[in-house]
Design a protein around this ligand. Structure first.
Ligand code: CUK
Ligand code: CUA
Length: 661
């Protein structure tokens, strides 16, 4: 009886998952299973010998991706401390790529000599200091009319307040910008519905420009900013010359989200230190964790960014460290900034797909609080407010609060599906709460069910879950602790990304995926067919930094070494299976600029390049031209070679750099 149950489960699910796979390569595979009789006896043996339950088999089939078949979604996950973005296929949870962003990465030739990558990384230098790591938190896909468009991805670096731009045609980082006024960031990256701006907010307040000021002068001198980085979609770059910031009190702003549809033009950011606690437990002061949690309410910051952009364009700003900043006074006078009280130590703020409601989750409050944009706009019109010490209107809580739903302990972040449900992570409960996104009637907002996750969930990510039209189907829980989920690997454990099926009536955990490179705070999941990635660069001699043909492109037969005094320029090509020239003869003291063009156009025909003793590692992808510079300051005989096993004669793909004393 049980055996029949398992077999029919396998059958039903196998049929369903075949329907689900749309975008797959043709291949000469055997006929799909059509009846339980087609299933091999061994399937039953595997199930019983491994003690699999029908649920396990169900989960296995839902995530199984046969060789050569592609996933339905891409998950772009923050790589946390690795300073990278991890690209994962859903539902298989296979890692497809790690995109190097803030941290050098040798395989991709990022930060190991290539002029293009050094230029990008140097964009994130702080006071001239090379910062070569990151703490990535929130990836954000570019949007058109509130939907992911698959063109660009942005991600922030919390530790040094930087934002990076990744082009999804080649999955490479193109730009890093450093906010000139803050050193600590968190509320980013969040895009406005047409990616006009990328929102970035301070976390820990400092004097603007992170100049020195004694902590005793906190309320007076310390500030935060919410920066609106203008995005030039045509150039695929943030345009700092069109960007502006808004000064905010030193309240430790946290997560942000942009309004959409009903709330288009607004942006929302939490805060959690309206106490303006300054710590100093060693001086007998209350410690930060107590000082910051004294008040019952902090403030949801409500920005009218469309109006702020007009105020900026009208020149009503003050330039601070080269960035036009709208002062608090101007924001108040122009009606750009309002506060709404929000319960104890809020963390996430998430706007519902229709843009009508903002969901705020407080770490120390078991309920989520829902605000309605029409109530916020009405309270502003009726001036239902009192003023905070900085003169900013605090809207009446009861006037703007729409509903509250008790979900459980430690609610943090919320995502949405296509059936009118919201999913909120419960850090302390180690659970995901599913609840209804109600309507006008506050009683229509209700908890539906909870499912345990393992363990200490932070963010969660639903398919297209931040857009105006979420897909539903899949949810990934980004758990901080794995504890007992995987075979032991020493005291530093991976985090656990859990795939959850949200297509049915009840949530089901399908798969545990260890993330062993850093803490994935947040991720966004996009339908795979929206990504139009290049198979090779559009033209031989392509410079991925400018996304155009490189002036140093070298075609077959054009290879040469040019010398002008002690300035040497090498024009090299790579093709299976040789690097030309094979001898680079230099003199000690030469300065060498070296260009390599991969003249191949075949998909996957990548050549790498490393130069012994000189810390050079490049990836030269089909069609790409890469340049690097060295000072030949040590005479000797050096070998360079291709680092991708590109052909049967790959080991012969080498050459000598001879530096004559
Ligand atoms: S944060 Cu890490 S769990 Cu940076 Cu969005 Cu909430
Ligand atoms: Cu080219 Cu190995």
């Amino acid at each position: 009886m049980k055996r029949i149950l398992i077999l029919s489960l396998i059958l039903v699910i196998a049929a369903a998952s075949l329907v689900a796979c749309g975008r797959n390569r043709e291949s000469a595979t055997p006929e799909p299973v059509a009846s339980t009789g087609d299933l091999p006896e061994s399937a039953m043996q595997i199930a019983s010998s491994r003690g699999l339950t029908p649920n396990d088999i169900n989960a296995a089939l839902k995530t199984y991706m046969p060789s050569g078949k592609w996933d339905e979604y891409y998950l772009f996950a923050s790589g946390g401390h690795s300073g990278q973005v991890i690209v994962i296929g859903v539902p298989s949870m296979r890692i497809l790529k790690n995109i190097a962003v803030f941290t050098p990465e040798a395989w991709q030739g990022y930060g190991y000599g290539s002029r293009e990558s050094e230029e990008i990384l140097n964009g994130g230098n702080v006071d001239g200091r090379k910062i070569r790591m990151g703490d990535t938190h929130h990836p954000a896909l570019s949007e058109t009319a509130g939907d992911y468009d698959g063109q660009y991805l942005f991600i922030n670096d919390k530790n040094s307040a930087r934002v990076a731009v990744i082009d999804l045609r080649d999955f490479e980082t193109k730009q890093i910008v450093k906010d000139p006024n803050i050193i600590s960031n968190h509320g980013s990256t969040f895009v406005t519905p047409d990616t006009e701006y990328i929102v970035q907010g301070t976390q820990y307040a400092t004097p603007l420009g992170w100049e020195y000021a004694p902590i005793e002068e906190y309320a007076e001198k310390y500030r935060g900013v919410i920066t609106f980085w203008a995005f030039d979609r045509e150039k695929g770059r943030i345009d700092p010359s069109q960007s502006f910031a808004m000064e905010v009190p030193p309240y430790w702003q946290d997560l942000c989200d942009s309004g959409k549809l009903a709330s288009d033009g607004w942006a929302f950011c939490n805060s959690f230190n309206t106490e303006m606690a300054t710590g100093g437990i060693e001086k007998g002061n209350p410690p930060f964790e107590a000082g910051v949690s004294q008040r019952d309410m902090d403030y949801l910051h409500i920005f009218n960014w469309k109006k702020a952009a007009e105020v900026y364009k009208a020149g009503k700003t003050e330039e601070i460290n080269g960035m036009p900043v709208i002062s608090i006074e101007t924001s108040v006078a122009e009606g750009l900034l309002y506060f709404a009280p929000e319960p104890k130590s809020p963390h996430g703020v998430d706007v519902t797909p229709d843009g009508k409601y903002m969901v705020v989750a407080g770490k120390l409050d078991p309920q989520v609080t829902i605000y309605a944009i029409d109530k916020i706009e009405a309270a502003i019109a009726a001036k239902q407010w009192e003023l905070d010490p900085f003169g900013i209107p605090i809207l009446d809580f009861d006037a703007v609060k729409h509903a509250q739903v008790e979900l459980g302990l430690g609610p943090l972040h919320t995502q949405f599906d296509n059936k009118g449900f919201a999913y909120t992570s419960l850090f302390l409960d180690s659970a995901v709460a599913k609840w209804t996104v109600g309507g006008d009637d506050p009683a229509s907002w209700q908890l539906v069910e909870k499912t345990p996750v393992q363990y200490n969930i932070g963010h969660l990510s639903a398919a297209e879950g931040d857009t105006v039209s979420p897909d539903g189907g899949y949810l990934v829980a980004l758990n901080k602790w794995a504890v007992d989920r995987f075979a032991p690997v020493g005291p530093l454990l991976p985090q656990n990304e859990q795939l959850i099926d949200i297509s049915g009536e009840h949530m089901q955990v399908l798969y545990d995926m260890p993330m062993g490179v850093g803490e994935p705070h947040y991720a966004q999941m996009i339908k795979a067919d929206k990504i139009q990635a290049w198979n090779s660069y559009p033209e031989v001699g392509w410079d991925p930094l400018t996304q155009s043909k490189s002036p140093h492109a070298t075609m077959l037969g054009e290879e040469r070494i040019e010398r002008n005094g002690n300035q040497v320029e090498v024009f090299m090509t790579s093709v299976r299976s040789h690097l030309t020239p094979e001898h680079v003869e230099l003199k000690k003291g030469d300065h060498v600029v070296w260009h390599i063009t991969n003249v191949e156009t075949a998909q996957d025909a990548v050549h790498g390049f490393q130069l012994g003793g000189y810390n050079i590692s490049l990836s030269i992808e089909p069609g790409e031209t890469v340049s690097f510079e060295i000072d030949a300051d040590q005479d000797g005989t050096y070998a360079y070679y291709c680092t991708e096993f590109c052909s049967a004669l790959h080991l012969e793909m080498m050459g000598y750099m001879l530096i004559e004393p």
